[in-house]
Design a protein around this ligand. Sequence first.
Ligand SMILES: N[C@@H](CCC[C@H](NC(=O)CCC(=O)O)C(=O)O)C(=O)O
Ligand code: ZN
Ligand code: ZN
Length: 383
Amino acid sequence: MSADPVVLTERLIDCPSVTPATGSVFDVLQAMVVPMGFAVHRYIEGEAPDGPVENLFAIRQGPAGSRHFAFAGHLDVVPPGQGWSSAPFTAERRGELLYGRGAVDMKGAIAAFVAALADIPQDAGTISLIITGDEEGPARYGTAALIERMRALAGAGEGSLPDLCLVGEPTSVNRLGDMMKIGRRGSVNIWLTVDGAQGHVAYPHLADNPIPRLIAMLAELDALVLDEGSDWFQPSNLEITDIEVGNPATNVIPAQARARLSIRFNDLHTGQGLVDRVSAIASRHGGTARAVISGESFITLPGDFSSLIAHAVETETGVTPELSTTGGTSDARFLRALCPVVEFGLCNATMHKKDEAVAMEDLRVLARIYRRIALAALQQPSA
Ligand SMILES: N[C@@H](CCC[C@H](NC(=O)CCC(=O)O)C(=O)O)C(=O)O
Ligand SMILES: [Zn+2]
Ligand SMILES: [Zn+2]
């Protein structure tokens, strides 16, 4: 089996795996790591619409008492959308770039994990891969469920929980190595409903139109300034992401109007605090709010772990990574329950877009960075 991360990325891209992912893409990953001595545990959980989701935990035990370092990521990808120059699920090399859905987010990083592992001796310590088939979606049966399985395995003596974990999300911006993520803002999605009374538009006194109340509610919510940012985080933001009435008739006042919000919040807030605040505003306008808190904000404060990652990046690229908490959330919000987590990966300019592409040389450099990180993390004294 080739350990060239470009070839490994091609094999993964060639398996369609839109969220929720199961099956062939996991078969391919399993075939890559079993010859390296990894024990592979695979689980399929959940039903439509949020499942079934496949998750994979692969572990190679080091000497007794050795440290355990984990690479984490996702094999699911967002839908390709329209307008690609080549087939999104057939990897294609053009010039210095490799094209295909998942090239940077994040099959390329998983290929780089594998290429790095091929070059790490078993006696260096315990290494694992924590790979989900639902990071891009609701994640109901994804990494959180896999963590439960890992805890059960560890309890049964069939593995151990990691001491440190690196998530390979595409954190770099303009060039490989310029940014790593040491934390993430929290995320909450809120569905708003305003009920009225249906009726004829020419007889409004016999109806109650919910739309003006929804508009007033959204205007008040949209005007909120949640904060100005904090020591480690950018300001929180509230975005209206959908407005829906679904009224096909020109002469009917509808019975109900709905909207949806997404709030990305920093460490000055909790998800529940924001839900309570939005609910109070909704209620003043005669509406209701239903919320799903995806995750709270978190930070892995700069220290030995972030330093060793920065050192590996600097050694291979000459670039000093900025320590950031910007952007969306990630599965690090679940993994932080196990151990300190930091994220580092490829350039993210084409993620979720048509013609997603990775520089093939970046894949090779990333594999070398990941190898350095794993070896250094396994040698780090226990806290
Ligand atoms: N469905 C959940 C979680 C969605 C996770 C998603 N993450 C990214 O897009 C990563 C991008 C980056 O690295 O900045 C997100 O933040 O939407 C939810 O809605 O919270
Ligand atoms: Zn991703
Ligand atoms: Zn993504």
